[in-house]
Write a protein that binds this ligand. Structure first.
Ligand code: SF4
Ligand code: SF4
Length: 73
C-alpha cells in the first residue's frame, strides 16, 4: 500500500491552504464541484506523497486524512 490522502470533498471550501503547504506539490483544485459549489482538492500524483500530513494539519475544515505506508510488512 502507498501513502494515502483521503479527501472529504464535501468539507472542502477550496481555500487552497493545503496546496500551498504541500512540499511535494501533489495537490490541486479539481474540476468537480461539491454540493456547495466549491471546486474541491484532488491529488495530482499520489505516488509523490510523503505522508508528512502538513495538508491535513493546516486544513481548517478537517477535509483531509493522511495514512502512511507501513514499511517492512
Ligand atoms: S501528506 Fe504531505 S506530501 Fe502528502 S499531500 Fe499532504 S502535504 Fe503533500
Ligand atoms: S485546506 Fe482544506 S478546505 Fe482548504 S482547499 Fe485544502 S482540503 Fe479544501
Amino acid at each position: 500500500m502507498n501513502n494515502l490522502v483521503k479527501i472529504n470533498s464535501e468539507r472542502c471550501k477550496s481555500c487552497g491552504l493545503c496546496i500551498h503547504v504541500c512540499p511535494k506539490d501533489v495537490l490541486t483544485i479539481g474540476e468537480i464541484a461539491n454540493s456547495k459549489g466549491y471546486y474541491t482538492v484532488e491529488m495530482k500524483d499520489q505516488t509523490m506523497c510523503i505522508a508528512c500530513a502538513f495538508c491535513a494539519l493546516i486544513c481548517p475544515d478537517l477535509a483531509l486524512e493522511v495514512y502512511r505506508e507501513e514499511k517492512g510488512k
